[in-house]
Design a protein around this ligand. Sequence first.
Ligand SMILES: Nc1ncnc2c1ncn2[C@@H]1O[C@H](COP(=O)(O)OP(=O)(O)OP(=O)(O)O)[C@@H](O)[C@H]1O
Length: 472
Amino acid sequence: MANIHVIDDESSVCWAIEKLGTKLGHEVRVASTAEQGLDLLEESRPDLMFLDVRLPGMSGLEALPKVKSIVPDTPVVLITAFGDLEVAVEAVRQGTFDYLVKPFSVEDIQTVIDRALAQQSEITEVRPATVSADLVGTSSSMQEVFKRVALAASSVAPILIQGESGTGKELVAQAIHRYGPRHERPFVAVNIASLAPSLIESELFGHVRGAFTNAIQDKRGFLQLANGGTLFLDEVAEIPLPTQAKLLRALEQREVVPVGGAVGEKTDFRIVCASHQDLSDCVKQGTFRHDLLFRLNTFRIDLPPLRDRREDVPPLVHHFLHLLEKEYGKPLRISAAAMDELQGRPWYGNVRELRNAIEHAHILARSGVIELEHLPPAVSKAWFDRGDDEGSIEENLAREIGSWTRNQLSVGDSENLWARFQALAEKEMLQELLQQCDGQYLAIARVLGIHRTTVKKKCEQYGLLSPDQKDD
Ligand SMILES: Nc1ncnc2c1ncn2[C@@H]1O[C@H](COP(=O)(O)OP(=O)(O)OP(=O)(O)O)[C@@H](O)[C@H]1O
C-alpha cells in the first residue's frame, strides 16, 4: 500500500484520484492549496504526489522546490491545463516525475500511479525471502548451473553471475538466497543501471543529514538494508570507479561508512553480483577494478544463452503456459508447429524474450491454442546489440523491415512479398507527403523525383484522394 497526496483546488480531480487510489489499495490524502499540501507533508511522507500547477495562493511550481526539499525521493506528478504544457515541461526538466494534462481519464491516472510506484520499487525494492525462484531447464548446461547454485547456496562466499540479458541471472541470485542459510533475512536487489550515476554511492552506502543538498535526513543505504541477508547487485559493471573502491573497502572490513559520515557501521551481508558484460574485459579497459573483481569472483556461475540450449525451450514454454493458466484459470495449449518455430528461433533476448512471446501469443489465442500466427516476430540481434543507443531512424526502419519480413515468412505468407512491402511503404509515404505538400501532386512529385502522373495514379490506387484536392 502506498501513500498518495493530491494537491488540487478542483474537487472533482481530488475525488477521482482519491477514488481510484483507494480502490487500488492506497491511502490518499488531499489538499486544496499548496500551503495545505506542505502542511500535509509534516503529517505523512507520500510515496507519490499529484500537484496542480494553478492553485490559489502559492502556485504548484512555487511549491515544487519546497516539496523537493522535504521529500526529495517522492515522485511528483504535475497536473496542468492546456497551455500550461510548456510550464509543465520545464517543471519535468526540474525533476518532476511526470505530468497529466486536464482533462484526463481514470486510465491516465492509473498508468501514472503504476509507473511511479513501479519505478520506486525498482530502485528500492527489499523483497521478502520467500520470493519465487522457479528455475526451469533440462539441458546439461542448466543442470550444471543448478549444481553450482546448490554449491553457492551452501556457502557465504561472494558469487558472480555472468550471462546475456534475460538469461535468468536475477532468478539464479534469488535461488542462491532462497536455498541458503539466510533465506529468512532480506534479499535486497539493486539494479545499478537503474540508478542515477550521481546517486549510486549514497543509494548503496546511505548518507548522513547535510551530506549534500537535499540530504535533509539520515538515510540508510542498500548495504545496511541487506544486513543479515543477501545483497544482489545487478549490472555491477556500472558502478563508478571511486565507488568501486569504497565497495571493496566495505567488503573487506565488513563496515559501511555513509556518504558524509565519519563513523562506520558494522554490517554482515552476503554479496551476489551479476553482469551481462565480461568483467575481465572491463578490467582490461580500465573501467573495473581488478582487486574488486578478484573479491567478487570467488565463485562464478555462467548462464548460457538460450540459443545454445534449445532443448530448454519446450519446458520453458510449458512453464510459462502453466503460469498463465494459473493466472487466468483457463487451459492453454500450443500447436506443434508453433513449438517448432519457438525452438528454432535465435532468442537474442533469451528467456525474457521467450516469456514475452508466450504472453503476446496468449492474448491473441482466443481459442486457448497457440498457433504459429499468434507468435510475435523474432527480435533481431541488432536490436539487442544497440544497447542504450536508440540508433538512427534509418537503422530502426531497417530493423523493422527485417522483423516484418521474418514475420511474413514465419506465418507462411511469402506470396507477393515485394509488392505488399512496396504498397505498405508507398502508401505511408504518400499519405505523409499529401499532408506536408498541402495535397499538391506536383510538389509531391518534385520531392519524390518521379512524374506527377505517377503520383496521381498511386494516390488513386491507395484511395488517398481527398475531396479538397487542389491540384486536380
Ligand atoms: N531458467 C529459467 N526458468 C524460468 N524462468 C526464467 C529462467 N530464466 C529466466 N527466466 C525468466 O526470464 C525473465 C528474465 O530473467 P532475469 O530477470 O532473471 O534475467 P537477467 O539475466 O537478470 O536479465 P537482465 O540482465 O536483463 O537483468 C524473468 O521473467 C525470469 O523469470
